[in-house]
Design a protein around this ligand. Sequence first.
Ligand SMILES: *[C@@H]1O[C@H](CO)[C@@H](O)[C@H](O)[C@H]1NC(C)=O
Ligand SMILES: *[C@@H]1O[C@H](CO)[C@@H](O)[C@H](O)[C@H]1NC(C)=O
Ligand SMILES: *[C@@H]1O[C@H](CO)[C@@H](O)[C@H](O)[C@H]1NC(C)=O
Ligand SMILES: *[C@@H]1O[C@H](CO)[C@@H](O)[C@H](O)[C@H]1NC(C)=O
Length: 453
Amino acid sequence: MMAGGTILPVPATPETQQRWQLRITFQQGFQLFMLINLVFLLLVLLCSLFLESQVETVQQDDYQNKEFTVQIPTIDIDSLYSDPRCDFNKTLNISVDPKSKFWNSRSIPRTPVRDYKVIVIWTRWWGVRLWGVQDHYCPSMPECVFTGEREEIRNADAVVFHYHDTPKVYSKLAMPLTRFPHQHWVWFAMECPIVTRLRDLVSYSGVFNWTMTYRNDSDVLTAYGSASLTYKMLRGMKIDPNKDYALGKKHLAVWFVSNCYKYLPRFAYAKELVKHISVDVFGQCGEVICSKKDFECSNHIIKQYKFYLSFESYKCQEYITEKFWRNAIENKVVPVVFGAPKTDYERYAPPGSFIHVDDFESPKALADYLKNLDKDKEKYNQYFRWRTRPPMGAVPEDYGRWCNLCRKLHQVCPTERKVYTDLDGWWKGEDNDACEPVVLKDKSKDPMYAIYF
Ligand SMILES: *[C@@H]1O[C@H](CO)[C@@H](O)[C@H](O)[C@H]1NC(C)=O
Ligand SMILES: *[C@@H]1O[C@H](CO)[C@@H](O)[C@H](O)[C@H]1NC(C)=O
Ligand SMILES: *[C@@H]1O[C@H](CO)[C@@H](O)[C@H](O)[C@H]1NC(C)=O
Ligand SMILES: *[C@@H]1O[C@H](CO)[C@@H](O)[C@H](O)[C@H]1NC(C)=O
């Protein structure tokens, strides 16, 4: 650096003193200039780094998302009259449902000579980009190929959009730039309308052809579990009809709960319940023993109990989650359910497999009933009778969510068209009746709004 100031001869005259001061000022100015330059360079560097990272994300998101054209020859619809998949009496009719529109295309795309369907998972999955996802999806049905590679959009029969990874408000740029009329764009959500409320679904009107949710009026059912899958799982097992399911269960009732937002309706109920019966509470709102996705750990605990509180966060139609299927049913523990109406559980769950809180006039009455079952082995085991008795009525078929999508693609009439003209209205229901309202404060994650047992 400039250290010249110190080696200059000591000035004698006022004139040289003046120059000396000027010199110092010049040197200081130069240093300041250099400093500004340095800061500027640093800024430019930071800016370019930032921009580069931006460009990178855009490139990643737009990966192979280019417009292109493919010749789509038309086919005479008459050739499909003998196709068992097509019921033209039904599909030729314009639907009267105001939430979605059905029609029948006069043209179908040139179908390549292949007997499998291609499904592109277009969005990320809770922020994570999916690559080479085939094995994870529907390995039992090789007639469908799943991929996260966007360039496959040219061959796609269906394109799946995970609701959480779509923009909050519809943006053309986030969607494939070329859209074939035969492609099914699928809106996928496992959460209930209260959780998805931050998406502006009105802006997605007329975009999606199919929905894929836990609700039975979806085009593709993607429930957290089902009687169909449960019975399929049991089929291969040798189950002793006289097995005592109370055996080895040392404790009474257990609850794993991690959303501690105290205005959720389940907490008022649970607070009352725990006054009359001992409930061991684990998870963020109770004792933390297992890490969040360590199901081996939580299963090990749950299995030691007679009852599992399958209390859903939200009371929404048909919203029955892993709290019921994975935590209770799979662990052979009787679920005490709170959430969807009893009629929904009756339609979906194995018969006689659960205790619904609505059957009791108060939490105390429920507590008394559970204590009663605790003492009566015979009555407790009634809740497992379904395991050795196949269901009487027809259980709705379920092959698991991705296989359900695969089957639907193979079964749909090639000329059938559908689009959700009012996705928001369909999802939230008439007058928002799909879910019971919840008080949602802005700071619902604030510890002040948390309840701990
Ligand atoms: C089409 O729908 C209307 C109203 O639902 C019905 O009256 C009519 O019979 C239907 N037509 C056919 C061919 O099914
Ligand atoms: C469609 O309706 C016609 C009469 O309207 C009937 O003859 C025909 O069998 C129906 N086709 C199917 C597939 O239901
Ligand atoms: C679907 O659910 C609705 C309301 O929850 C019910 O009214 C309807 O019967 C169900 N449909 C089937 C096929 O289960
Ligand atoms: C999906 O909806 C779009 C937009 O309305 C439409 O152009 C397309 O033909 C539909 N595809 C199917 C398979 O229904």
